[in-house]
Design a protein around this ligand. Structure first.
Ligand code: URA
Ligand code: SF4
Length: 188
């Protein structure tokens, strides 16, 4: 397996990757962005239309809502690392397939190793399933779980807050609570 020494090396490899069929559909791969010392890593599902156009994560409507949620948590966007479970857009935004997630996980694993964030915030069920395969989002959302030496906080996907009105305040409350919990955690 390839080893990566920097996040730039991971991003370069992602942009040239042909490990799964999603590479054939992409305009731009979306490796993710943020500081290599980020203490919080956000993991979404897959790039959508605007992400594929721009090569950047969460820049469409769900991204605008995520920016609002990050403000509620008191987390400046440029201080978190944001990426996705798969780095290329599935056609018509269909769900990523298990074999695509498997093929892509070398990059997520490399990013996790290099950044080594104490806190991971998962956005939606695919990212949650990667760390907490048994969990049900309706029970666990917003709660920190210990997974090996890290904390994983599963959240509903921001896009779900856009098409399910009732989830909006739930997401807002979960991100406010995340902010309070992080302030406790990192109080020195
Ligand atoms: N939805 C995601 O899961 N990721 C993105 O980058 C954009 C929308
Ligand atoms: Fe490679 Fe991941 Fe893109 Fe598939 S989704 S081509 S594994 S970078």
């Amino acid at each position: 397996m390839a080893t990566f020494n920097t996040l730039d090396e991971v991003a370069q490899a992602v942009r040239q990757c042909t490990r799964c069929p999603l590479h054939a559909h992409r305009t731009h791969a979306v490796p993710g962005e943020g500081p290599d010392r980020a203490r919080v890593m956000l993991i979404g599902e897959a790039p959508g239309y605007y992400e594929d156009r721009s090569g950047r994560p969460f820049v469409g409507a769900a991204g605008r809502f995520l920016n609002h949620l990050l403000e509620l948590a008191g987390l400046p966007r440029d201080q978190v690392f944001i990426t996705n479970i798969v780095k290329c857009r599935p056609p018509r935004n269909r769900d990523p397939k298990p074999e695509e997630i498997k093929a892509c996980q070398v990059y997520l694993q490399a990013q996790l190793c290099l950044i080594d964030p104490p806190v991971i915030v998962t956005l939606g069920r695919f990212a949650m399933g990667y760390f907490l395969p048994e969990a049900r989002i309706s029970w666990v959302h917003g709660k920190p779980y210990r997974v090996q030496h890290r904390w994983v906080v599963p959240m509903y996907h921001p896009a779900a807050g856009l098409y399910r009105e009732a989830l909006r305040p739930v997401l807002e409350e979960d991100f406010r609570n995340l902010g309070r919990w992080l302030a406790e955690m990192f109080r020195s």
